[in-house]
Design a protein around this ligand. Structure first.
Ligand code: C5P
Length: 243
């Protein structure tokens, strides 16, 4: 995969002007994939997706769906109609929820004769640490919890998972090649961790087996977003996953 295909920039901003301004700055720098999350989608709805596409970008719609199977399946079909490249749901919603979402995405795409979006499952948020799992009453290690959720997603047939780069290696080992690993929690050397707990640098993430890295604040809050994106693309260009 080319470095530009691996980088997904999180457009965690409030409004369409700011988002599309960033897209127009970043596309010429070699970025082609953008993540639209809760803040942007709640503020401006689906119109921003069309703007991103028109500017030459593909969209990862990061709404982390988690509800009863019928509701999630219908929302997943609606996202498919929006023509997104990738979307996600919480694996903790269970097998039945994931299965119905997958069926619904594929049926909707077939009806519209379009490519179905990649459907990936969120394991454990990268902002959570071991203690947070204890607070939730989970008596597993964080790594085991992530791994069990990744295996569950794979057994249902999802395209891949979202996890921290620190768990990428063990997930690749357990779930094999071809199962997509998307890693947020990316922090280039010398940037702050913010609220992320389980971080790695862009090259560490790719070497650990990540297919895609999601980067927000280190690019969008940088005084020179294009320069920051280019530095990351350069950093990952010689990287090959360590087998
Ligand atoms: O700014 P930063 O690089 O930390 O942004 C990370 C992005 O990835 C945020 O949009 C966040 O919602 C998202 N994300 C995450 N952890 C997950 C799934 C998504 O941080 N497990």
């Amino acid at each position: 995969m080319k470095p530009s295909e691996r980088l997904i920039v999180a457009l965690d901003v409030q409004g369409p002007e700011e988002a599309l301004g960033l897209v127009k700055t970043l596309v010429p720098a070699g970025v082609s994939r953008f993540k639209v999350g809760l803040e942007l989608f709640t503020s401006c709805g689906s119109s921003v997706l069309e703007g991103i596409r028109r500017a030459g970008g593909e969209v990862f719609l990061d709404l982390k769906l988690h509800d009863i199977p019928n509701t999630v399946a219908r929302a997943a079909a609606a996202a498919t109609r929006l023509g997104v490249w990738m979307m996600n749901l919480h694996i903790q919603g269970g097998s039945s929820m994931m299965r119905q979402a997958l069926i619904s995405v594929r049926e909707e795409a077939k009806k519209r004769r379009i490519q179905p979006p990649l459907l990936v499952g969120v394991t454990v948020l990268t902002s959570m640490a071991e203690k947070d799992l204890m607070d939730l009453g989970l008596r597993k290690t964080l790594k085991d919890q992530v791994l069990d959720l990744a295996k569950l997603a794979k057994s249902v047939g999802l395209d891949g998972i979202v996890a921290s780069p620190r768990e990428a290696k063990v997930i690749r080992w357990a779930c094999g090649e071809g199962f997509l690993i998307v890693t947020p929690g990316i922090r280039p050397k010398e940037s702050t961790e913010d609220d992320q707990q389980r971080t790695a640098t862009p090259s560490e993430a790719i070497q650990a087996g990540a297919d895609y890295i999601v980067v927000g604040r280190p690019i969008i809050s940088n005084a020179d977003p294009a320069g920051a994106a280019k530095a990351i693309l350069t950093e990952i260009s010689p990287c090959d996953p360590v087998k």
